[in-house]
Design a binder for this molecule. Sequence first.
Ligand code: GLN
Ligand code: ZN
Length: 718
Amino acid sequence: MKTYAYGFPRLGEDREFKKTVEGFWKGELSEIDARAAIQSLQDGMVAAYEKTVDFFPSGEITLYDQMLDTAVKAGVHRPGSLQEYYDHCRGKNALEMTKWFNTNYHYLVTDFSTTPLKFSPEGASPVLLQRTTASGLPFFIGPFTFLKLSKGLTKSGFAAALRDLAAVYRELLRNCPAAHVEEPAFVLDLTAAEVRLIRQAYRVMAESGCKIHLITYYGTVDFYKELCGLPVAAVGLDFVQGPENRKNLIKHGFPKDKTLIAGLVSGRNVWRTDVTKAVALLRQITKAAPSAVVSNAAPLYHLPITLQCEDKLEPQLKQALSFAKEKLDEIRLIAGVYDGRGAAPALPKLTIGINGAVRRKVKALKPSDFTKKITAVRRKKIHREILGLPAFPTTTIGSFPQTAEVRKMRAEARTGRITQEHYRDFVRSKIRELIALQESWGLDVLVHGEFERTDMVEFFAEKLDGIDTTAKGWIISYGTRTYRPPIIFGDVSRPAPMTVDEIAYAQSLTRKPVKGMLTGPVTIIAWSFVREDIPLRDVAYQIALALRAEIRDYEKQGIRIVQVDEPAIREKAPVKRRDWPAYFDWAVKSFRLTANTDPKTQIHTHMCYSEFGEIVDQIGKMDFDVISIETCRSRGDIIRSFEKIRFNRQIGLGVWDIHSPAVPGMEQMREVVGRALRVIPKENFWINPDCGLKTRDWPETTASLKNLVALANELRRR
Ligand code: GLN
Ligand code: ZN
């Protein structure tokens, strides 16, 4: 039994990727040194593959994002230098960023309404990194996926573009005896017309003579028969997230002249693979496809690199886990056991993290737990009286610059170099400064700044029971930005208040309302690795109950506004529309459960960096009073979507793209507001940035927020 793997993380065990690229941006590293460092990361990836599997792609490494690289290879964007390449990633010319399928990886979106629709194989730019090894199949993201995830194409424009792009791929593939081509978009809900276009495109690409290894992942391919008929050498199917792939395989068989790349090891979750089950499935698979090879079921970059240095984890939990390197070993292990070499190890069973009280509470939930006693319309009147906010209220999304000083103090508190009291005083001093600053700028609803939080999910994970965190389990969320997803292994509960101390302290310093700041259940789930032994819905309700208790504690401290962030609500939606109703049912209800406290409390939520247009009706079912939503990177498309539904809640559309270091001018912000006010009644409109400010620096934060308040004042005068 042969083995195949792909998508190994590029980050490096010590986050070398981040350090290198950011070092280059800061001018601490020359281009030659930066390239050399990233090339050596590529060598590391290849070495990991070579040690364990028979086949793998090469050239997966990127200087920032593979989707941008795909556009460059196809001659769509033509950066003349590394600097110009990075201009597409950040700063003034940055492309829009959107989440990649239902993951928390953000890719750069090519928008053909602003980019000329022209392709050329000469676009294989010298700016991109070269492959450093002869072994491995040259890596490509397929043309269909690239175009499907781009924007600005009409239906007919798409057909023509795919035809042209396929011809470019034919030229790119001509020099490759074999290639690894990923088409995750094949698992989306596609029309018959799109499937026809795929057939045409792959016919053109096949003229190259290249043995294409076509890999699909993130679920079932609904056009199985047509997929098997494509002129490619190998087809990769996800048997972990795509259970119908197995049914289709057994029902329709598999072509004799092709290799099946059987994705049996999860690339999305950290639980050890049940090798016995995987081998049994593999036996079924090889009956229909004797040519099968064992593989991962999705790219491994959704996982941290290795479990090896995780000494802090609960020992029993560690036993149950496997990260990217360990997954490679599992792939090999499955092949070995299948071939009769060795036995499948028994899977350890977790006996930690069981909490009967929480389980009973979730079981006992009734419809009234999900419905507020007072309607949104009546709440609005009550809130107006309690809060007395001006027209066009101004606020921010929560976090403020996490400067080197803040990070250093946190690190020192972690290692015990400073006492917890010292750290707490430090955080309080930051809160004090920030409250004074916000008052001096004239913001209306204040925040405490989130200085005590590493990350909006990890922070709560550390406070909640049933969730563990890792020491070095970093993964990339976009570009060079990394985070450590916590691991939800048991029943979740709140042993003690988590954020009440900081929020109440901030409120004690000002008469203006301070927002309590929480991360919602869906986002905690989306940005963690989650247990698979109970339904996600139950995990969400457990978290919701913990958060609801937190809000009730805020209320006791006189907090009048609470924001429950749900930036991941769209991202977590399943790739197939047919799975949406079940998902949104629990996602919306978990929010309603969280926020079902005293109706006098004004509940805010915040969302960002997704295509929200298609879920505005679901957003409407979440029982908040105010929503702040990112618009800058999606160029205000969201405004049009809100036009479609009668949205009688208050809304703040981001007027400042906080992922860019540029300070937004008045003109730029006026434009967003002008467009929005054509759709949204002015009495419902808030003024705020796109997202939290933790990645920004102080000078641009100060300048931008002053502009933002000036804008609100100008609107009020009008
Ligand atoms: N409150 C969070 C912050 O300001 C929200 C971040 C997010 O939406 N990702 O950082
Ligand atoms: Zn955000």
